[in-house]
Design a protein around this ligand. Structure first.
Ligand SMILES: Nc1nc2c(ncn2[C@@H]2O[C@H](COP(=O)(O)OP(=O)(O)O)[C@@H](O)[C@H]2O)c(=O)[nH]1
Ligand SMILES: [Mg+2]
Length: 249
């Protein structure tokens, strides 16, 4: 089993008010990856679920806001129940180039990695792509802190464009993670703790008004949330405090 036709690849789209960008995102997905797409709508009020259904996607609605992390929990639980071998998280806000999906899933198909992240840092031109300078600096600082704590090297821990193997999602306790944006860091910490293998592929950066809702104040809260995960990971690894959700299922 090392060919794309033998693997069930399910695209997972966490969505909140993406009516302006959904079609732009879908149009970039290569044809052979359009078979299995799930969109979890997190209490949108701009008609996102209807639009997604019309586009032929499997749609699950959170009528009450359950957060970005909560949306991923529903997505991965559904994808695993649907028999996914590989899950790709793609933001439907057109921030990431879906044409890269074949490159993203390849190391998992080849059995070389359990998780593959699109990295804007590896892409080389995050500032030219419009990433604000303060975000660039925070990204470098938080990724460096994560590399120190995990003792593994990644160029970016904030990517919203990721592929996970079934094994990854069956190993880590992602259901126990937070319902907000810190979910993305917690799921990495769990994979590190369970000694799973990571890979990165270069991606370009896109910034435009609809691409990011997180303002400076929320980013500071998010940054401290990430540092909190790193501290808890360290305490767990040093056996000072046992944190059950860093263990394998
Ligand atoms: N902001 C926000 N985005 C959500 C939520 N649930 C799902 N999403 C989706 O998560 C993705 C990332 O959100 P975004 O605000 O663009 O974050 P950023 O790109 O990391 O700054 C987008 O595709 C949103 O539509 C939520 O509760 N809040
Ligand atoms: Mg975004």
């Amino acid at each position: 089993m090392n060919n794309i036709n033998e693997k069930k690849i399910v695209l997972c789209l966490p969505a909140r008010n993406v009516s302006k960008t959904l079609h732009l995102t879908l149009d970039e997905i290569p044809e052979e990856f359009k078979k299995h797409i799930i969109l979890v709508d997190n209490a949108s009020h701009d008609g996102t679920p209807q639009l997604a259904r019309e586009a032929g996607l499997k749609v699950i609605e959170h009528e009450v806001d359950r957060g970005y992390g909560g949306s991923q929990k529903t997505l991965y639980t559904t994808a695993l129940a649907d028999g996914a071998d590989i899950v790709v998280m793609l933001h439907p806000d057109h921030q990431y180039d879906a044409k890269v999906i074949p490159t993203l899933v390849k190391p998992i198909i080849l059995g070389e990695a359990d998780a593959v992240f699109g990295s804007r840092m590896l892409g080389g031109h995050p500032l030219e792509g419009g990433m604000p300078v303060w975000k660039y600096n925070a990204n470098i600082f938080l990724t460096a802190a994560a590399n120190l704590v995990f003792q593994r090297y990644l160029t970016e821990i904030h990517s919203g464009f990721r592929a996970y193997s079934r094994k990854y999602l069956e190993t880590v306790q992602f259901e126990k993670n937070s319902n907000n944006f810190v979910f993305d860091t917690e799921i990495i910490a769990q994979g590190m703790s369970c000694k799973l293998f990571f890979r990165e592929v270069p991606i370009v950066t896109r910034y435009f008004p609809e691409a990011s809702s997180i303002n400076f104040r929320h980013s500071v809260v998010y940054g401290f949330g990430i540092l909190g995960v790193l501290v808890r990971y360290m305490l767990h690894k040093m056996k000072i405090r046992h944190i059950a959700h860093f263990e394998a299922k």
